[in-house]
Design a protein around this ligand. Structure first.
Ligand code: BES
Ligand code: MN
Ligand code: ZN
Length: 489
């Protein structure tokens, strides 16, 4: 699918489908133009109830009078005063509705009062994410009619440099999100730790960033006892992958992104219940978001240094698995009593965080993990849980979340949570006292980051959707990409 910016007159455009928006009880500027050209046909349809303007409702009219486009697609934008909150749903719905045409043009720069470059980025990103499909592993396609347009355009007044760049970066963001979705959706018998490490090597070669893969032996040499303690019950060997993208100055400290890459989390000896256990194939979405974000930064050639570190393993029960009560020694030397083998993400991350900080002396570190069911209880599927020891970082991440429509909400750290991780036998226990599970998990990680500005994103509720539309969402890739780009300014 070709993505382009297109200039020209809305009324005389040659396209299979022209997409415009209408508010509830109000026309947009482009809708007014179409209404005039069609001698009031559009307002007549609104009056008759054929077009409601309700949020995300799509109506398609073949051979609409007064315009040259073969079809007019009218999407409802809801109440105008709701603003940017109403942007994504109609955009996605409209794009989805034209899957069968060869060429389509969207005229949406007049939706709400938003920055044109921001809109251009969203359009390119969603065109890719809505119209391209991740593999579904079915023997026969269930949607043989699903054809993708050959070209999809955004109608603009002028192809300025800023618009062109925003549109191109939106396409990169869209592709990076597709990569994250594909990895998340891949089952654990395909997406193994080795598969993830191999993918990083391939991406590094094509996008020009450095990749170092650490095998089990190297991890033992680094004394990553907690990470290895999680991995030891599985037949799949664990891998840590370090991705270094250097687009910034040579002497500039990198931003470190650390991802939890549990390709399957059975819970280990503290086995999870059967119901919904399949969803633990998504427990590598933190790592997938790091891979996708490094790939995006490299593709956009961002003037910044980024180091991505992911820890990939399975968490399985078995004769050699870590047992409740076992004591592991972390990379930092702190010992951890494993009171629940299902609290494994923090064991992987504590070694990765300490290593990334020790080795790369980053200006800041962000870890991303499907860390706790408690975060899903607290925030549901709307907001990613954000924890940070650094006010500036927290504000920047919150802002990036708003700007990228990939929001996070800050939750507390503090002495009470840290104290709840006391163990009678080791420096720390891997679970806290009951309650505030997302906070005690974050407090555990905090014990391994020292003074480095650090933030933790708990994406357990946002990385995938459950139920009928089960699938990976690519969150928080838009948030992370936005965060990195803001740091470049
Ligand atoms: N991967 C899970 C967290 C999770 C649960 C993500 C549900 C998405 C949906 C994590 O490894 C885990 O099992 N956490 C435990 C921690 C507990 C044992 C302290 C949890 O949340 O139950
Ligand atoms: Mn677990
Ligand atoms: Zn897990």
């Amino acid at each position: 699918m070709k993505l382009t910016l297109e200039t020209g007159d809305l009324i005389t455009l040659k396209t299979d489908a022209l997409i415009i928006g209408v508010y509830r009880h109000k026309l947009t500027r482009n809708a007014e133009l179409v209404d005039q050209a069609s001698k009031g046909a559009l307002s007549a349809l609104i009056k008759g109830g054929d077009i409601t303007g309700c949020l995300g409702e799509v109506a398609i009219f073949p051979a609409f009078p007064g315009i040259t486009a073969k079809r007019l697609v009218v999407v409802g934008l809801g109440v105008e005063a709701d603003g940017v909150l109403n942007f994504e749903a109609p955009l996605k719905a409209a794009i989805k509705s034209i899957y069968f045409v060869k060429t389509a043009t969207i005229a949406c720069l007049d939706w709400f009062d938003l920055q044109p470059e921001w809109i251009a980025e969203q359009v390119a990103s969603q065109a890719i994410q809505v119209l391209e499909k991740t593999p579904d592993y079915k023997a026969k396609s269930q949607r043989p009619d699903w054809k993708q347009p050959k070209s999809f355009s955004l109608l603009v007044d002028e192809k300025t440099e800023d618009m062109t760049q925003a549109f191109a970066e939106g396409a990169i963001l869209g592709k990076s999100c597709m990569l994250a979705k594909e990895l998340g959706n891949a089952p654990a018998n395909i997406c193994t730790p080795k598969y993830m490490a191999d993918l990083c090597i391939k991406l590094g070669a094509s996008l020009k960033f450095d990749v170092t893969v650490f095998e089990e032996k190297a991890l033992r040499k680094l004394k990553m006892g907690c990470f290895l303690g999680v991995a030891q019950g599985s037949k799949q060997p664990p891998y840590m992958v370090v991705m270094e993208y250097n687009g910034g100055a040579k002497d500039e400290a990198p931003v470190a992104l650390i991802g939890k890459g549990l390709t399957f989390d059975s819970g280990g000896i503290s086995l999870k219940p059967s119901k919904g256990m399949d969803e633990m194939k998504y427990d590598m979405c933190g790592a997938a978001s790091v891979i996708a974000t490094v790939a995006a930064a490299a593709s956009m050639k961002l003037p910044i240094n980024v180091v991505g570190v992911i820890g990939c393993t399975e968490n399985m029960p078995g004769g050699s698995a870590t047992k409740p009560g076992d004591i592991l020694t972390s990379y930092l030397g702190k010992t951890v009593e494993v009171l629940n083998t299902d609290a494994e993400g923090r064991l992987v991350l504590c070694d990765l965080l300490a290593y990334a900080i020790d080795k790369f002396k980053p200006s800041m570190a962000v870890d991303i993990a499907t860390l706790t069911g408690a975060c899903v209880v607290a925030l549901g599927n709307e907001y990613t849980g954000l924890f940070s020891t650094n006010e500036e970082m927290a504000m920047e991440l919150l802002q990036a979340g708003e700007n990228s429509l990939d929001k996070c909400w800050r939750l507390p750290l503090g002495r009470a949570y840290s104290k709840s991780l006391k163990s009678n036998f080791a420096d720390l226990a891997n679970i806290g006292t009951p309650g505030a599970g997302a906070c005690t998990a974050a407090a555990f990680l905090q014990a391994f980051v020292g003074d480095t500005p650090w933030a933790h994103l708990d994406i357990a509720g946002t990385a995938w959707t459950s139920g009928k539309n089960k699938g990976s969402t690519a969150r928080p890739v838009p948030l992370l990409v936005c965060f990195l780009r803001d740091l470049c300014h």
